[in-house]
Every structure is written in structure tokens, then in C-alpha cells.
Design a protein around this ligand. Sequence first.
Ligand code: HEM
Length: 476
Amino acid sequence: MLPSSTSVIVSQLPLGPIVLFVLVFILVTRLLWSSRDRTNKLRLPPGSMGWPYIGETLKLFTENPNSFFSNREKRYGKIFKTHILGCPCVMVSSPKLAKTVLVNQSHLFKPTYPPSKEKMIGPEAIFFHQGQYHAHLKKLIQSSFLPSALKGSVSQIEDVVLGFLQTWEHDNTINTLHEMKKYAFEVAILSIFGNKLEAEIEGIKGLYQCLEKGYNSMPLDLPGTPFNKAMKARRGLNEKLRQIIQKRKQIGENGEGLLGAILSNNEEEGKMKLSESQIADNIIGVIFAAHDTTASVLTWLLKYLHDNPHLLEAVKREQEEIRRKRLKANRRIAWDDTRQMPFTTRVIQETLRAASILSFTYREAVEDVEMEGYLIPKGWKVLPLFRSIHYSSEFFPQPHKFDPSRFEVAPRPNTYMPFGNGAHSCPGSELAKLEMLILLHHLTTTLRWEVIGGDGIQYGPFPIPQDGLPIKVYPV
Ligand code: HEM
């Protein structure tokens, strides 16, 4: 009753609006103070900040990530602090906390990347933004990678696969990661520029390679350093993309793929238009996002199948059945075939879990945030640990066993996040899975492979099998 009776008295006074203002002011200030008071009293999460400046960076990047995370989780719980790459961080390793950061309270945690990476990819790329601009880009990118859009690319992706398999059979010994990188790159280019490739695309390939070499180098912008060369290549890429856009405008055809969708959007009345530099940053950004990720998972896929011959046999049986049907009908692989590969699909799902190539992602607290009774100070990085959740025996029993049958039942909500969660989750997940299915169809029915080399894991930057998994390939 109190709030309404107070408002009646106030409304009868001539000074009503002033009194009302003062009351609201006092209320808001008290609320602000009490929340500040509360966060001031909160403790930081438990954990170790390691050595001055380097913190625990070396440990994170040299130890097995499973043990780095699980040792700390055992000691401190599902939320702990650490210090990585010069930044104080809080790591969270429960589905509920990861969802809080990425979905429920995502407005309190903005995406964050090292400035050198932002500069290299382009500051206007989707990853670095929130709000209206991000939502517009997400819609545009997603529309080019939805199943309805991908259906038309199956034959083109198949052509790329068949081209690669021919060279593998011929060369006999290949480095899986190198080949998968080439494959993922070709498919990314196809889905961005469409099937009618302009002459400038060759230039884009060369410049992109140079950019990639400098991406993980020291951000030292001095003549001759890999970083400096990469930045030059990045400027060259802008110019090539500008030429392609001009060409498409001149002939009056926006073309296919993501670039075509962006150019068509720019012509639509009332839609947010993208400048040439915004287009370039997002095209380069999508190539980056699509390339190493897909290639690393594909490499793990071959490793896990090789190490589990009974699973490889089951995949082969499923694929041979489809091959028999399509040869009988004298046709190529179709989208519908890829929807009838339940066993192979589970192998891919389990590969994404077991490899967890993105062990975590980064966000930054935009203000002091209270979480589980602890304080996350403004400016601290917050890292949801996908890998820890994927390796939790509570959600994935016997997590170290490669067992696709666990996906006969859908995982519990927010426990399976190979493609992230929330507004920034991956728009390319369907394309990545399609690439894997088409490759496995032809690979398992025409070739067999033997791994030559050790069993170790390397990080560069994603976890990959040792030396990129060199293999020997034979016709079946
Ligand atoms: C197996 C391969 C892939 C994996 C494991 C993967 C994983 C992820 C993850 C975990 C995120 C979320 C990052 C975060 O929340 O900070 C993400 C974002 C993204 N991915 Fe993928 N990705 C893959 C392939 C692709 C492909 C093929 C594309 C091509 C379209 C792509 C485009 C993107 C883009 C543009 C984003 C940023 C989305 C945003 O910020 O809203 N990814 N990816």
C-alpha cells in the first residue's frame, strides 16, 4: 500500500514534480550505493595469479589443458581466478555459469580479443561487436550458412573432395592437417564468393597465406617481421576485395555466396548498409573462423577413426550403403544423403566433444559483476571452459573414452558447446558438419589410411595430433 498512498499525497502538492524527483533520486542513489557496497564487500574467487605479469600463461599453454583445468577445478571449484597473457581472469566451468556469461547476462560480458588480432582480422568484424551492428551481421552471415542455403553447395563441395582424394591417392603420404587446411579453405572461398570465381581470388589465396603466417607471431610492427608482412598482406586483401566488389557492381551481378548476400542487402531499401571496409573485415573474419577450426576437427576425425577400427568399420558400412544406392540411381551425393548418416553424425559429434578444439572463449566484464557470491571486477576477462564441461563425468560418463553412442541421447542443455552458446555462437556449424560428412563419404568408401608418427598432441593454436597427423593412404 505504501507506494501508492505516497504518490497520492505527492500529486496533491503544488511541489509534486520536485518532491517526486527528489524521492526518485534518493531511491536510485541508495540502490546504487547498496549495490556498490555489496560488491565492495565481495571477495574475489579463489585461485592463484601465478608469477608477476606472466601469471599462469606458460602453464596453460604448455600443460595438457585437461589437467590444467581439472587440477584447478578440484582445488578451487567451478569458478576460480588466474592470470593469463597479462590479464586477470576468472574461469568458469559449470554449464550454469557458462550460460550466465554467454546467454543470460551476456550484456555484462563483452567479447574481447588481443588488439593485435583485432587489427589483423579487421576491427569491424562480427566477433568484436555487440548490439544492433552485431545482430545485423549475424543475420546476414547466418542466412548464407543455413541448411536451406547449403543444400545448393553439396555438389561443389563434393567436387573439391574428389579433387583432393585423387591427389592423395597419387601422393600416397600426406600431412592430414595441411590437406584439411587446404580443403577447409577451398570450401570457405566457395561459400563466400560462390562458384563463379573471379581472377582476383587467386591473389586472395596468396595474401591470406601471408596473413596467416603472421597471425600468431609477436605483434612487432617493424619492417621485415612476420607481423609487419601480415599487416601488409591484410591491406592487400582489402584492395583485392574492393576490386571484386567493383567488378560485380560494374556487371550488375551481386553474385553468389556470402559476398553476394551482403551486396544484395546493401541494395535493399531500409536495411543497414555495410561499407567496403566493413565488408572486407567480415569476409576475412569468416575465412579465419572457418579455416583452422574445421581443419583441426577433420584431422582429429581421421585420428579417432584410425584408433578405433570398429567405429571406422561401422562408418564404412553406413557410407557403403549410401554409395550403393546412389550408384544404382547413377547420381552424385545429395543433401538428403547427408541427413541419413546417423552413425557418422554421432562420430562427428563425439569428435567435436573429445577434441574440444576451442577449450574456452573470452569475454570481459563491462562492470563489477557478482557471481556465485564472488566479485568479478570490471575489466577482468571471463573464460567459460568448454573443454572442462565436455570432460565432466557428470555429463559425459567415462569422458576419456571415444564413444559416439553417448549421442544416441541428446546431451543435457548447455553441456555440449563445441560451437559456443548465445548471441556469438557459431553460424558455420552446419557447413563444418557438412564438409565432414561429404569427405567421410568418399574417403571411407574409396581409401584406407595408416597413421605414421607418434601419439602426442600439439597446440598451434588449437590442439592437433602430433605433427599434423602424417598418414599413408591406400585404395581400398
Ligand atoms: C568445426 C569447426 C568450427 C568450430 C569448432 C567453431 C567454433 C566456434 C565457436 C565456439 C564460436 C563461438 C566463439 C565465442 O563465443 O566467442 C564460433 C564463432 C564463429 N564461427 Fe565458428 N566454428 C567452426 C567453423 C566455422 C565455419 C565453417 C564458419 C563459417 C561460416 C564459422 C564462422 C564463425 C563466426 C563468423 C563466428 C563468430 C560469431 C559471432 O561472433 O556472432 N565457424 N565458432
